[in-house]
Ligand binder design. Structure first.
Ligand SMILES: NC(=O)c1ccc[n+]([C@@H]2O[C@H](COP(=O)([O-])OP(=O)(O)OC[C@H]3O[C@@H](n4cnc5c(N)ncnc54)[C@H](OP(=O)(O)O)[C@@H]3O)[C@@H](O)[C@H]2O)c1
Length: 354
């Protein structure tokens, strides 16, 4: 019998849920034991209900698994960890119900990200924020808990900002995103809206990109996180790219740094996932491109198996101090891969012990 930790995926048939299935196939520590979806799909097998979108085909281990309803009473008791790929509106109450029932929930959804006692986590950035789990359990009386990963654009933005914030301090960030269609889930944006087009609005996105980095880069105290004192301005656009969000970023630093020092901060950055050797951790986590026309979504989104953040076109900025491009995979590191890396950190830190 396998001694791997049994895990479930909530919303397993969607764009992010399928990535969870793909990334968990053959994982050294976790094994899929439950898949949930909406009432429309519950009772069907995974292959009947799921229109598989990813290269490499559906893993054989899940094709005949029955989808179960997304509720605590339906999930087998030996499942310890649940990855949530539920739509935002559904996630809030269901994830709470599951944490009350004793499950550890690693969520992609935005519902609980900004709750003061819920860790908003990137293991490369703020691995110490998992300490909020015990605050959350004590305050709410839960046996289980919820941790969240950030919005997909905020994830790669903050992975790139962290070395600069550590080395020089940040006071202001301006970011303009060019976000892939898969960020809208499946079937996502209608082809007649996005082909030959750029849509200069993504509902709720700019607010998330402006607020989540301040919590991620904030300072942990006994009862929460004091947000980092950084002014962030974001403009979000949807572009006709399948996967990979590109972001044009300008930053103002607290103290002077030369171009060489900024470049060295990116290339020299190592953090907890690399030190711990977490199975999904990219090494390096940040790739700095010297070419004038990189990073590009088609060429660079799968760097580090989709877990790395690519940075390029680093140069001085006439308005702030420096500007550069950031690129990252939105459904891997920006969603399922990020939640999986969070779970790997929780495992090593002892939060998934039976
Ligand atoms: N796409 C991205 O790049 C990305 C990045 C970061 C975060 N996220 C977040 O991740 C979550 C999932 O996004 P997605 O793109 O995978 O969405 P999606 O493709 O629309 O998939 C939604 C999943 O949730 C299930 N579902 C829908 N309504 C439900 C209900 N009432 N009860 C239970 N299950 C229900 C669906 O099952 P059925 O097949 O039965 O309908 C499906 O499995 C969202 O919160 C999103 O904001 C997405």
């Amino acid at each position: 019998m396998s001694d791997k930790i049994k895990v479930g995926i909530l919303g397993a048939t969607g764009a992010v849920g399928q990535r969870f299935v793909q990334l968990l196939a053959g994982h050294p520590w976790f094994e899929i034991a439950a898949l949930t979806a909406s009432d429309r799909s519950a009772g069907k097998t995974y292959s009947e209900a799921c229109s598989w979108l990813l290269r490499g085909g559906m893993p054989a281990a899940v094709t005949d698994m029955s989808l179960i309803p997304t509720e605590a009473s339906a999930i087998p008791e030996d499942v310890r960890l649940l990855f949530s790929a539920l739509p935002g509106g559904k996630a809030g109450a269901v994830e709470e119900e599951l944490a009350v029932a004793g499950f550890a929930v690693s969520s992609n959804a935005s519902a609980h990200r900004m709750d003061p006692d819920v860790p908003l986590l990137i293991p490369d950035v703020n691995p110490d924020h998992t300490a909020l789990i015990r605050v959350q359990q004590a305050r709410r009386g839960w046996r289980g808990f919820i941790v969240t990963n950030p919005n997909c654009s905020a994830t790669h933005l903050v992975c790139a900002l962290k070395p600069l914030h550590d080395a020089f301090g940040l006071t202001a960030v301006n970011v303009v995103t060019m976000q892939a269609i898969s960020g809208a889930g499946y079937p996502g944006v209608a082809s007649l809206d996005i082909l030959d087009n750029v849509i200069p609005y993504i509902g709720g996105e700019e607010e998330k990109i402006e607020s989540e980095p301040r919590k991620l880069l904030g300072t942990l105290s006994a009862d929460g996180v004091a947000p980092a004192d950084i002014v962030i301005s974001a403009q979000a656009n949807r572009v006709a790219v399948r996967n990979g969000h590109l972001e044009a970023v300008s930053v103002k630093l607290k103290r002077f740094a030369s171009l060489e020092e900024v470049a060295a901060a990116f290339t020299g950055y190592r953090s907890e996932p690399q030190r711990l050797g977490l199975p999904s951790a990219p090494d390096p986590a940040i790739i700095l491109h010297p070419e004038v026309d990189r990073p590009q979504p088609r060429l660079d989104r799968l760097a580090g198996n989709g877990m790395a953040t690519s940075v390029g076109r680093l140069r001085p900025d006439a308005l702030l101090d420096y500007k550069f491009l950031v690129l990252g995979h939105n459904t891997i590191r920006g969603a399922s891969g990020g939640a999986l890396l969070n779970a790997e950190l929780l495992y090593v830190q002892g939060y998934l012990a039976a």
